[in-house]
Design a binder for this molecule. Structure first.
Ligand SMILES: Nc1nc2c(ncn2[C@@H]2O[C@H](COP(=O)(O)OP(=O)(O)OP(=O)(O)O)[C@@H](O)[C@H]2O)c(=O)[nH]1
Ligand SMILES: [Mg+2]
Ligand SMILES: [Zn+2]
Length: 304
């Protein structure tokens, strides 16, 4: 029988089968694990074939994925974890309140999602905690990112009616990611009263979240509408890509780079007749995005 993986704890998987039942499963049978390089062979969102004859079901096959998004360890290169499979879009939840998200982290995540071909939206949460100056800065960032083709909205998961975000989620499978404590689980609970995700406190000491959600889990919040709550991400390592490829995943650089004298060999650092550098100087490309680009390129600072 076919099913979809709603939750993974590492060794057990909650699978919803075609007839709407929820079955706890293990991976058994003919899955050829040697072909899988990631640390988890089955991820939330995977379409699988299950054998439900026994009390604990068996996942016997993973059906081909439409896509997946890998979380690369920032410390150990080559160590990757499939965050989710078969998603229509990624929502990166960030906040300019606490725990404040850095632009470097945002850009790293966006580059990865872009590399996996997954459309992205930034959700600025906790707008209720910002003063006027904070709101202005938030509006400027939303402008910056919508200008380069990403969705950007500001919400308060605690205080809004959330109609704008419901519209974005409608009819899609969405991966919800972000630092611990930004409010991912709070949003899910607010979207559907049947969802009862544990919500954590922000530590007074470090102003960081406390990693309340520990496993990725997919929730059905409406017709054909699924949202995957994920554990907070501390660091986002870039997937393996070569230096020449990187600017392909910055939409504002992608087209312009064809005009560089050295074409696809140009890294846009100090090459003559580069098309990107003047665009940064003119302000057509945001300096913060270019800085993120340089930081990723140097690879020295991949733990933001
Ligand atoms: N003021 C305010 N607080 C919020 C808002 N959204 C969430 N919070 C608070 O932020 C804290 C962390 O929220 P969670 O929903 O647990 O955060 P999370 O992103 O799920 O964190 P992890 O599961 O650890 O990754 C809680 O104390 C929430 O009440 C918001 O819009 N405004
Ligand atoms: Mg959570
Ligand atoms: Zn160039």
């Amino acid at each position: 029988m076919k099913g979809i993986v709603l939750r993974s704890t590492g060794s057990f998987y909650d699978v919803r089968t075609g007839d709407g039942l929820h079955v706890v499963c293990k991976v058994r049978g003919k899955i050829r694990l040697e072909e899988i390089r990631e640390s988890n062979p089955v991820a939330v969102g995977d379409h699988v074939v299950v054998d439900t004859q026994n009390k604990i079901g068996s996942i016997t096959e993973i059906l081909p994925r439409k896509n997946h998004i890998l979380r690369q360890s920032a410390k150990r290169s080559g160590h990757a974890h499939v965050l989710a499979a078969n998603v229509d879009q990624a929502l990166l939840m960030v906040t300019l309140a606490f725990p404040r998200t850095s632009l470097g982290f945002i850009d790293r995540f966006l580059v990865s999602a872009e590399a996996f071909g997954i459309p992205q939206t930034l959700v600025f949460n906790k707008k209720d905690l910002l003063n006027e100056e904070g709101l202005e800065y938030q509006a400027a960032l939303m402008d910056l990112y919508s200008h380069i083709g990403m969705g950007a909205i500001a919400i308060s998961a605690k205080a809004d009616d959330l109609s704008e975000i419901r519209e974005i989620l409608k009819g899609k499978t969405t991966l919800l990611a972000g630092h611990s404590g930004v409010g991912k689980s709070t949003l899910l609970n607010a979207l559907d009263p049947r969802i009862n995700q544990k919500v954590g406190e922000i530590s007074d000491f470090s102003e960081k979240g406390t990693h309340t959600t520990t496993f990725a889990e997919m929730f059905d919040i409406g017709e054909h509408t699924f949202v995957i709550d994920t554990p907070g991400i501390k660091e986002w390592g870039l997937v393996d890509m070569n230096a020449q490829e990187l600017s392909d995943y910055f939409p504002e650089m992608r087209d312009l780079r064809l005009e560089c004298k050295y074409g696809s060999r140009c890294l846009h650092v100090n090459e003559p007749k580069c098309a990107i550098i003047p665009a940064v100087e003119k302000g057509d490309i945001a300096i913060t995005r270019y800085e993120s680009y340089l930081s990723m390129l140097s690879g020295k600072d991949n733990r933001k």
